[in-house]
Design a protein around this ligand. Sequence first.
Ligand code: WT7
Length: 637
Amino acid sequence: MKQLYDYQLKTNESFREAHKKSIENPQAFWGEIASTFKWQQPWEEVLRYDWSVPKTAWFLGGKLNITENCLDCHVVTHPDKDALIWEPNDPNDATVRYTYKDLLSAVCQFANGLKNQGIKKGDRVCIYMPMVPELTIAVLACARIGAIHSVVFAGFSSTALAARINDASCALLITSDGAFRGNKTVPLKDIADQALAQCESVKKCFVFQRTFQEINWNPRKDIWWHDFIEGLADTCTPAIMDAEDPLFILYTSGSTGKPKGMVHSCGGYMVYTAYTFMNVFQYQPEDIYWCTADIGWITGHSYMIYGPLACGATSLHFEGVPSYPKWNRFWEICEKHKVTQFYTAPTAIRALAKHPTKLIEDYDLSSLKVLGSVGEPINEEAWHWYDTHIGYNETPIVDTWWQTETGGILISSLAGVTPQKPTYATLPMPGIQAALVDNEGKVIIENEAEGILTINYPWPSIARTIYGDHERYKEVYFSAFEGRYFPGDGALRDVDGNYRITGRVDDVVIVSGHNLGTAPIENAINAHPAVVESAVVGYPHDIKGNALMAYVILYESIEDNATLISEVREEISKQIGPIAKPDRVMVVSGLPKTRSGKIMRRILRKLAANEIDQLGDISTLLNPEIVDEIIAGLAKE
Ligand code: WT7
């Protein structure tokens, strides 16, 4: 029987062949790859879909548990290999390692704890934790018993946390007393307490002790992690899951209103994340793979936990930040653990590039074989800096384009196997049928073109729905262009068919790699009693990629805008989190609107970017004079 690694594509020709086969016969293609995993019961049908509903199902009737494939299988073949290497925030603290055997025991023990508390298959469990190994353990323990995890990034505010808990009626919250981030300590339990005051569904709160800071204790709800796992067995029979049963919910921002709880399934997600991990990063058995993301995002789920572990890899997790104690921390960790694959975000690359290269030169980075980028378009300058200073102009760079919704990487080169091209994500992965369409939805046939990116055929890890709102799922992803999945990005294509993602075509702005909808930020601003209306737009920023600017209209003009502006920023921080605070807030007397009353965001974006000569025709506006007012305001900024 073939093994997963028999499907590792090692030449450009084999990639081309695989891609061809995946299009000609997708079911045979994915069926073969899926057969390399452990199934408790084989599937009856590889794929059934109808995107007019929309409905997508893979490996129908198949039964499995993803943790068996991520843990038990490897405990049989390589029990003592490190599954997880954990680097703490403080470089003077010890590295923690979990072999596959250790990790399986820890996961099972915690899973038994969850069961003792009455958590069962299908229950939703919210996880709001720092980047400690226990976060990964909690995630996998949920999967072990079939509970649906919903990880909320620990940088989100209590209001944002409460909204996510309530949306999925989570039965349990797992958090920690606090979190270490650089020289800061974040009071996670306090934030969680504030959230729980608004969440009736949560019966218990598990608290992992990380910072040993003082916290409030609610004896009816709170339980220490170390207390409730004490004495529990470290084996736990994996729940039998249907391939299509939900594995997790992960929230992402939308152009409008509340966050979207993307629902991922067990079978297809496992197959696709493992296949793409192995191929994009060209993982080899002795490699030490490091992705610097946070598990609170999809990159952490797919390429720090599930993908690497399903491939039996060693995945390094880092608790801290690139700047602490100094801006050399990433390189110190690369040298210390002889990291072979390093996967980070353009915003981190740009921030690192601002510091003297001396901070890199002190370290031996010769172990690095693959560099990766994810989260936003990588600009020319950042790409070349990465290539020169970290890759010594010879380490392959993979620019991986994908989304929370796609579950795994859809467009990327395969490291050292398929050609790379600066700033281009390059070619769709096997199984991915991409197309560019124009605004009317007409497919652009010529290779060299610019348009809106769409995907025309299901792949195994596509999110199956938005939790509790299938209508919105249909509306957002399947209504723009009939029969096609619409990711919300624009793209360029070159003569060779390589894609370069140019950025969002909707009202989502990616700030420092964080996906932020402008609508929820505007809602937070409008909640201020002095504010009539507001508009938030993104504009280019050196390090963050994009920064936010808010235009705010007040009921009455006031002398001291500074206080109001800081109140507005505070409100955003409270409702969403500090990452959503705009860099610039401008008080204006009106917003440029069309005659039908629609805010002209295009103009506001140009103004924020200081591209005053590119405003285009503004004479058809309802109130063109407001543009002059804003220009005058910009001059005073
Ligand atoms: C949006 C999805 C993918 C995991 C992290 C972000 C942008 C992502 C790239 C890339 C250009 C990229 C897109 C996408 N994006 N990767 N390599 N090149 N843009 O996941 O928060 O769901 O954001 O991030 O705009 O739609 P996310």
